[in-house]
Design a binder for this molecule. Structure first.
Ligand SMILES: Nc1ncnc2c1ncn2[C@@H]1O[C@H](COP(=O)(O)OP(=O)(O)OP(=O)(O)O)[C@@H](O)[C@H]1O
Ligand SMILES: [Mg+2]
Length: 354
C-alpha cells in the first residue's frame, strides 16, 4: 500500500513541540512532506535557529514516521520559521534584534590571525568587567571552534523560552555560544548567505536582558563570518589582539579596515604573549620578539591597552574552566582588571560625549 502525505501528517499530529506542548502540525512547523515510493521526507521549521531541542524534535518526528507500516527511508530536514510565522505562534512579531534591546555596549574582540589568544582575552575581560560591577555577557561568535564554554567550564546547553534562547551564566557572566547552532545532527554549510542568515537569526533570538557590556569573541580572520557579525550587531568598539612578533601588518590592517568600513571605532590593541616572566628573576624574556603591538598602535593612532605575559596559569585557567581573572591577587588577573578599566573608561566616555 502506498504511503500518503495525509498519513504522515496524521501521525505527526501526535508529535508535540517539547517546549510549547502543542503538536508540530498545529503549530505550523511541518512545512513540507514529500513521498517517493516508500520514502518520506519532511521539512520541520523550528521556532528559532539553534533551538536547544532540535535533536529531540528531529528524533521524535523520525520515530513517529517510522511507525507507518512499510515506510522506507525517512529524512527530516530542519529549517527556521520566518518572523511572520513565529508571530502567529507567539503573538506580536519580535523585532529582528529583540533580544539585544537591553544591551548598552557591545565590544568586539578580533584578530587578523587565529590562535593569538582572542578567546582567552574575551573571557578574562568579561570576567574582569563583571568583577568591577558591570552586568556583563559574552557571545562566542566563533562557530568553528567555540572555546568559550570550555574556558568558562560551562557544560550544559542553553534552554529556550517562547522562541527565545536564554544565556547560561558563570562567574557573573552570561554566555551564549554559536556552537549551539552547529550542534549535532544538523549539517550546515558555514558559508556565504546561509551563515549570514543563521547568525542574524540567532543573534536576535538570545534573551540577554539588561547588560552594560557584551563582549563578542569574533571568529578569526576577515572572512564572511566576522563581517556578518560585525555588521549585524551594533558594536560600540573593537579590540584587536596581536602577538609581538613581526606581525604581518597587512593582516592587522585588513582586520582594522573591516571595522572602520562598518564605522566601528577601534578601542585599542592588546598585545598577547608579550613576554615571559621567569619566577624569581626580574628580567623578562621576549619569546616572540618585541614591539609588535606598539608598532601597530602607533601606525593606527590607537592606544596599546595591555601587554599580557605568557603565563602557564593563563593557559591552565582556560583549560580548567576557571580563567585567571577569577584568581584574585595574581599578576595576570591584575593585568586583566586594568585592561577592563581602560576598556570601560574608553567606551563609557565615548558615550557621554556623544
Ligand atoms: N598569555 C597567555 N599565556 C599562556 N597561554 C596563553 C596565553 N594566551 C593564550 N594562551 C593559550 O594559547 C592558546 C590559544 O589561545 P586562544 O584559544 O585564546 O586563541 P584564539 O585567538 O581565540 O584562537 P582561535 O583563533 O583558534 O579562536 C590557548 O591554549 C590558550 O590557553
Ligand atoms: Mg578563539
Amino acid at each position: 500500500m502506498e504511503i500518503t502525505k495525509e498519513q504522515v501528517i496524521e501521525i505527526l499530529k501526535g508529535v508535540n513541540d517539547p517546549e510549547l506542548g502543542k503538536s508540530l502540525v498545529d503549530l505550523g512547523m511541518i512545512k513540507d512532506v514529500e513521498i517517493s515510493g516508500n520514502n518520506v521526507k519532511v521539512k520541520v521549521a523550528l521556532t528559532m535557529a539553534g533551538c536547544p531541542l532540535k535533536s529531540k524534535i528531529k528524533s521524535d518526528v523520525e520515530e513517529a514516521i517510522s511507525r507507518i507500516p512499510g515506510v522506507g527511508e525517512i529524512k527530516v530536514v530542519l529549517t527556521t520559521m520566518t518572523s511572520e510565522e513565529r508571530a502567529r505562534i507567539f503573538g506580536q512579531a519580535p523585532s529582528e534584534m529583540e533580544g539585544m534591546k537591553g544591551i548598552k555596549n557591545v565590544i568586539a574582540v578580533a584578530s587578523g590571525k587565529g590562535g593569538v589568544g582572542k578567546s582567552t582575552i574575551s573571557v578574562n575581560l568579561a570576567i574582569a568587567l563583571a568583577k568591577m560591577g558591570y552586568k556583563t555577557g559574552i557571545l562566542d561568535a566563533d562557530m568553528h571552534g567555540p572555546d568559550i564554554p570550555i574556558m568558562l567550564g560551562i557544560k550544559e546547553r542553553p534552554v529556550g523560552s517562547r522562541g527565545m534562547l536564554l544565556p547560561l551564566e558563570k562567574y557573573n557572566v552570561k554566555m551564549i555560544s554559536t556552537g549551539v547552532l552547529a550542534g549535532e545532527g544538523t549539517p550546515i554549510v558555514w558559508r556565504g548567505p546561509l551563515v549570514n542568515k543563521a547568525i542574524k537569526e540567532f543573534l536576535g533570538r538570545v534573551q540577554w536582558g539588561e547588560l552594560d557590556f557584551l563582549v563578542v569573541d569574533l571568529p578569526p580572520g576577515t572572512g564572511d563570518a566576522p563581517l556578518t557579525v560585525a555588521s549585524t550587531i551594533p558594536i560600540k568598539g573593537a579590540i584587536i589582539v596581536t602577538t609581538p612578533q613581526k606581525v604581518a601588518l597587512s593582516d592587522v590592517r585588513r582586520c582594522i579596515g573591516l571595522f572602520l568600513k562598518n564605522k566601528i571605532p577601534i578601542i585599542g590593541i592588546v598585545e598577547n604573549m608579550s613576554y615571559l616572566k621567569i619566577p624569581g628573576q626580574d628580567e623578562v624574556m621576549d619569546i616572540f620578539g618585541k614591539g609588535g603591538g606598539e608598532k601597530i598602535a602607533k601606525a593606527f593612532k590607537v592606544p596599546l591597552l595591555a601587554q599580557i605575559p605568557i603565563d602557564s596559569e593563563i593557559r591552565k585557567g582556560g583549560d580548567e574552566g576557571r580563567p585567571i581573572a577569577t584568581k584574585e591577587g595574581t599578576e595576570s588577573a591584575k593585568i586583566f582588571l586594568d585592561l577592563a578599566q581602560k576598556v570601560a573608561d574608553s567606551v563609557l566616555s565615548v558615550k557621554e560625549n556623544a
